[in-house]
Design a protein around this ligand. Structure first.
Ligand SMILES: Cc1cc2nc3c(=O)[nH]c(=O)nc-3n(C[C@H](O)[C@H](O)[C@H](O)COP(=O)(O)O)c2cc1C
Ligand code: SF4
Ligand code: SF4
Length: 433
């Protein structure tokens, strides 16, 4: 059976599934139950200085649902832990002592002054925690007080605080990045420049999930007023994957360990983050939606897939997809495909026809008997029909063999790879050659 154990910055855990810093990791009771359920590690809910913060006393969450009311996106206006520092530290120490084989990372957010970091770091070190994660990500509440994403949006601050932490603790330092920034490579580079051992991402995305049209208040509404919150859950996974990939393939940060976060709900999500260079993954919304036992499915699914593929250990997966992430200009223009409709599984709904006819290339015909067929002479292979078809694998894309004629362009498909950099229509083609 595949070995799921991980060694991230020297921090060992029996599997790569860590709970992200959030309500599931806010107290001993939760974390002990999580460990009993099989989670490999936790990042404790972010600690701050005393006096501890206060949360609103009304609703904290907003949500986006799929048609079956499955939770796709969750928005929150919660702050960092609202329990006294001493209570959290005591509980962290007790849990780490009782569960030495699990990863215990402590998330921290204190004012942007070295003295504040110098005060809190020895206290955390004393708990026996395995490492710290610097929360430079929360987009609400704390950012207005000069912390969270207010730090994470300024690479110079990231570098400065990471350096303070490295100078004042022997624990590994993970910098948690905010996605609320134009180019994620800059804060990642800054973290590395400051000596951080790793980055984790993403924290939540600034968002307003909905507006109540009776009260004209954004949700969640607190006495008729709403504030932007942080968005997470399955809906943010594509954004997180891209940001992770950008860091993994940036020559300046390549090889920097990454803990991947954002919408991980199944083993497959986790495998994708690992393949894009993450040494561990962190989970929040899936645990908040389905409970701690979701980790069982994640572990068994990942392990089964690894066995099927012959991957003996997590290290064999990490980064495997990174070389295949490229820029548009390097995509093979001689790779030609056409849509193919499997008439046996087609339920004749006509969605493919509507999509292609109205918004794509008029490449699907509809007969009076509602038989839908692809017109190769028009099909540009965009695969919109595949994406709108409600029947999985009913429409597939078929590659044209080199040497065959593409009836749309009238050109024979070339066997060789050719991209935009050398295309005759590219004004910069000569320079690229
Ligand atoms: C209610 C709530 C509270 C959170 N609090 C924190 C926090 O205190 N510190 C932190 O670094 N991230 C916090 N997060 C962000 C998560 O750790 C995580 O980065 C984010 O939810 C994305 O992961 P997910 O899609 O699995 O939920 C919070 C998220 C939620 C939903
Ligand atoms: S791949 Fe695009 S162009 Fe071709 S049939 Fe489908 S929607 Fe139309
Ligand atoms: S969308 Fe799919 S199921 Fe519907 S008509 Fe087209 S091929 Fe058939």
């Amino acid at each position: 059976m595949a070995d799921l154990s991980t060694n991230f910055l020297g921090i060992k855990s029996p599997n790569p599934f860590w709970l992200a810093s959030a309500p599931p990791t806010d107290k001993e009771y939760n974390v002990v139950r999580a460990f009993k359920a099989g989670w490999g590690g936790v990042v404790w809910k972010t600690l701050g200085e005393d006096p501890h913060v206060v949360n609103v006393n009304g609703p904290r969450y907003g949500a986006i649902y799929g048609a079956d009311r499955r939770l796709l996106g969750l928005n929150n206006i919660e702050l960092i832990t609202d329990r006294p520092l001493e209570v959290n530290l005591r509980e962290i120490k007790a849990v780490k002592r009782a569960w030495p084989d699990r990863a215990m990372i402590v998330s921290l957010m204190v004012p942007c002054e070295e003295a504040a970091w110098k005060r809190i770091l020895p206290l955390v070190e004393d708990t026996g925690a395995d490492g710290i994660e610097l929360n430079f990500g929360c987009p609400h509440g704390m950012s207005e007080r000069g912390m969270g994403s207010a730090v994470g949006q300024v690479p110079e601050y990231i570098e400065m605080v990471a350096r303070w932490c490295k100078a004042n603790t022997r624990m590994p330092v993970i910098v948690k990045l905010t996605p609320n920034i134009t180019d994620i490579r800059y804060p990642a580079r800054a973290a590395k420049a400051g000596g951080a051992d790793a980055v984790s991402l993403i924290n939540t995305i600034s968002s307003i999930t909905s507006v109540n049209l009776d009260t004209m208040s954004p949700e969640p509404s607190i006495d008729g007023k709403g504030s932007h919150g942080g968005y997470c859950g399955p809906a943010v996974k594509p954004i997180a994957l891209n940001m992770v990939a950008e860091i993994a393939r940036d020559p300046e940060t390549a090889g920097l360990p990454i803990s991947g976060i954002g919408g991980v709900t199944t083993w497959r999500d986790a495998a994708e983050f690992l393949a894009l260079g993450c040494g561990t993954v962190q989970v929040c919304t899936a645990a908040m939606t389905y409970g701690f036992k979701v980790v069982e499915e994640m572990k068994s699914g990942l392990s089964q897939w690894m066995d099927e593929k012959g991957h003996g250990s997590i290290d064999e997966i990490v980064g495997r997809a990174v070389p295949n992430v490229t820029d548009w200009q390097y995509l093979n223009l001689n790779y030609v495909t056409k849509a193919r409709i499997d008439q046996d599984s087609c339920i004749k709904c006509g969605r493919c026809y509507a999509a292609c006819e109205d918004t794509s290339h008029q490449a699907i015909s509809m007969s009076e008997e509602r038989v839908f067929e692809v017109i190769d002479e028009e099909c540009v292979a965009c695969n919109l029909c595949v994406n709108v078809c409600p029947v999985e694998n009913c429409i597939t894309m078929e590659e044209l063999e080199p040497g065959t004629m593409d009836t749309r362009t009238g050109k024979v498909v070339e066997p060789d790879y050719a991209n935009w950099t050398t295309h005759p229509n590219n004004p910069g083609a000569c320079a690229a050659e």
